[in-house]
Design a protein around this ligand. Structure first.
Ligand code: PLP
Length: 461
């Protein structure tokens, strides 16, 4: 029995679907029960979330392992890990048990008070962090953690400017929306850019042409920005990036890029911030994505999967950068929530015990190979790329023009959804199908879901 099917049949969590049946279509989507919830939601909720889009959103009634069930009994295989957050799987029994145990004792603890749940989580996080990142500050969301990292970098250096990259994503809060590559995120809510944007190395669409080395070129542009006194940029407090971009389209940096940034930051006294909120916690086949290149930042933000399904994030960092704020500088009412922290400790325990990053590496490299083989002849598949269970399929109108094809990506995603497979869409123009399942996904489930996906891509009009 695999880990996931064990979890699904565990009597403690048995209310959910079993992995043996997914995907399962009981009614065309949305069925009557889902429809009722969507209608009620749309009657009460403000605009802005994607649930208000043209397509009926998924209504989730239960979630276990990599399977989501809707209120009509339809079962879906979650190749998107619900925003790449269910790294240890939905409702992992260890996490559920830790939550039950903690909530019976206490949940809300103000951030001005200490608790054992808080110190245990922080110690567990430091134990799995890259060497040298041995201080923690807590948060509740990824945006929260990035906001804290940005404030730390600015107050530590006494500088204000930031370098970020095309395609980057850091969240939607006021503090970090200005770092996102997609300007539309700001335009719709009246915010301004907070960073100097440089191109992230994207070999498939490198502006100087495919023959040029994107990693070398991107690094040269950063060097120019920092070292030419007339570049218009500086003095720079922080360089902020995801070591492997997620929402930017699963962008893997060429070898040498992260090390080159490390060297430039050291030379210029700049705080290097890696956002490992999506790329970390086993996702790319290493515990942290940057481990693959042996590069350690000054600050690293974590979120999503780290909470095992609960709202939890953190900044990890070097002593010097993390220890210069006076007491009272960093607070938030629910930051020390003991239930979230207990869930996070349990999720880290599962990650370590089951060495899920190794599973991610093994399943992901097999998947990358089979996707490249099976889609080799499809002219609409421009590139298949990724690391571990973090894979992007870039769809184009044709392979010569490389014109992005977001309409195809939306169609494939919806067609796969209708056959019970959940996918993400990413990329500068939303033309990259994103595969990032729970790292605990049952291998048989993964095969079935990927078979449906390939079929859907090949059958797309
Ligand atoms: N950073 C990265 C790389 C992300 O992918 C996300 C969310 O998708 C965030 C930050 C923001 O996290 P949250 O939505 O929890 O604020």
């Amino acid at each position: 029995m695999t880990e996931t099917s064990k979890a699904a049949s565990d009597p403690k969590t048995a209310a959910g679907p079993t992995t043996a049946t997914a995907p399962r279509t009981v009614t065309p989507y949305p069925g009557p029960a889902a429809r009722r919830i969507i209608d009620r939601l749309r009657a009460v909720e403000g605009a802005g979330p994607r649930t208000g889009g043209a397509d009926a959103p998924l209504v989730v009634a239960g979630a276990h392992g990599a399977v989501i069930v809707d209120p009509d009994g339809n079962e879906f295989i979650d190749l998107a890990a619900s925003f790449a957050a269910a790294n240890v799987g939905h409702s992992h029994p260890d996490v559920v048990e830790a939550i039950r145990d903690q909530v019976g004792r206490m949940s809300h603890v103000s951030s001005a008070s200490a608790s054992e749940a808080r110190v245990v989580f922080e110690e567990a996080l430091v134990e799995v962090a890259p060497a040298g990142l041995d201080r923690v500050l807590l948060g509740l969301s990824g945006a929260d953690a990035n906001d804290t990292a940005l404030k730390l970098a600015r107050s530590f250096t006494g500088r204000r400017e930031v370098i970020a990259f095309s395609g980057g994503y850091f969240g939607r809060s006021g503090g970090v929306i200005g770092l996102n590559g997609k300007a539309v995120h700001r335009a719709t809510v009246g915010r301004e850019a907070e960073a100097n944007f440089l191109p992230y190395p994207y070999p498939y669409r490198w502006p100087m042409g495919p023959a040029q080395d994107a990693g070398v070129g991107a690094l040269a542009l950063v060097r120019h920005a920092l070292e030419d006194p007339a570049s218009g940029i500086g003095p720079v407090a922080a360089i902020v990036l995801e070591p492997v971009q997620g929402n930017g389209g699963i962008m893997v940096p060429p070898d040498g890029f992260l090390a080159g940034l490390r060297e430039l930051c050291d030379r210029h006294g700049i705080v290097l911030v890696f956002d490992e909120i999506q790329s970390g916690f086993g996702r790319t086949g290493r515990l942290w994505a940057a481990d693959r290149w042996g590069v350690v930042p000054d600050l690293m933000t974590v979120g999503k999967g780290i909470g095992g399904g609960m709202a939890l994030s953190a900044v990890l960092g070097r002593e010097a950068v993390m220890s210069h704020w006076p007491p009272g500088t960093h607070t938030s009412t629910f930051m020390g929530n003991a239930v979230n922290l207990a869930a996070g400790t349990a999720a880290i325990g599962v990650m370590r015990r089951d060495r899920l990053w190794e599973r991610s590496e093994r399943l992901g490299s097999g998947l990358l190979h089979s996707l490249r083989r099976d889609l080799a002849d499809d002219p609409r598949v421009g590139e298949v790329r990724g690391l571990g269970l973090f894979i992007g399929i870039e769809l184009v109108i044709d392979r010569v023009s490389r014109t992005p094809d977001p309409a195809s990506a939306a169609r494939v995603r919806r067609a796969a959804f209708e056959r019970g497979v959940l996918l993400g869409v990413a990329g500068h123009t939303d033309n990259v199908l994103k595969i990032c399942p729970p790292l605990t996904i049952d291998e048989h489930e993964l095969d079935i879901a990927v078979g449906i996906l390939i079929d859907t891509i090949k059958g797309a009009p």
